[in-house]
Design a protein around this ligand. Structure first.
Ligand code: HEM
Length: 207
């Protein structure tokens, strides 16, 4: 039963719950992660508290990621994450031109949202790279740092732990940057708050 005929129901309940939990955890992980990285050696208690909170949030993030992964594997939502190979470059260019020029000339979006495609080409690639590369890398490297005994000792003479740390920080940094860009792009919907409302009520507002 659709009470909003002019709106599209695109965000099922499980995606909204996952997303809220995920966003909250990511914020906690970024704040505690930064405070671990730029810790002052004098503030011992605060440092250990940041580490504990970071570890617990990382464990919960792993569980919520597994839920996301299985949800996309077994429900139709996963279909939105399959990138069509044909015409990939030209679709990316078209969307890029829209974001840099067309949008400001009030042109229509080249890939309007509908049941078959909820993400535009750039958005789709971003979500796929984020959810199937960066988030898994940050999770696997995080577990490797939590249990150093399971981490490879040396890779071509480099310390396995240092490399794991490098991957963890690089992926964490990438996720943080993408999150800022993600929030900016969420403001260019029908009106600045409509996309945020969509993630609460499930309905996407079309132009
Ligand atoms: C406070 C932080 C965040 C806010 C306010 C926010 C906001 C939103 C909004 C409004 C949407 C719906 C519009 C759209 O599809 O673009 C969305 C979708 C999405 N967000 Fe976020 N987000 C945040 C953090 C994150 C983080 C940290 C991640 C991943 C690490 C993430 C991943 C996603 C994904 C994958 C979708 C599409 C979900 C789907 O429909 O399948 N978001 N976000």
């Amino acid at each position: 039963m659709n009470h909003h005929p002019e709106k599209l129901y695109l965000y099922p309940v499980w995606i909204r719950i996952w997303h809220m939990v995920n966003a909250l955890l990511c914020l906690i992980l970024i704040i505690t992660g930064l405070s671990i990285q730029f810790s002052n050696p004098g503030t011992v208690v605060k440092f250990s508290a940041a580490v504990s909170v970071h570890n617990i949030a990382g464990i919960i993030l792993t569980i919520s990621y597994i839920a996301f992964f299985l949800g996309n594997l077994f429900t139709p939502n996963g279909v939105y994450y399959i990138i069509p190979v044909k015409g990939f470059i030209s679709r990316m260019k078209k969307q890029f031109r829209y974001y840099t020029i067309g949008l400001f000339k009030k042109e229509d979006a080249p890939f309007p949202v509908n049941d078959e495609s909820k993400f535009n080409p750039l958005q789709q690639v971003t979500y796929v790279v984020l959810m199937y590369i960066f988030v898994p890398v940050v999770i696997f490297s995080g577990w490797g740092l939590l249990y150093p005994e399971i981490t490879i000792n040396s890779v071509f003479g480099y310390s396995g732990l240092d490399l794991t740390d490098l991957f963890h920080i690089a992926a964490g940094f990438a996720i943080s940057i993408i999150m800022c860009v993600h929030i900016y792009f969420c403001t260019i919907g029908n009106n600045p708050v409509s996309n945020f409302k969509s993630m609460i009520n499930g309905y996407h507002e079309s132009h």
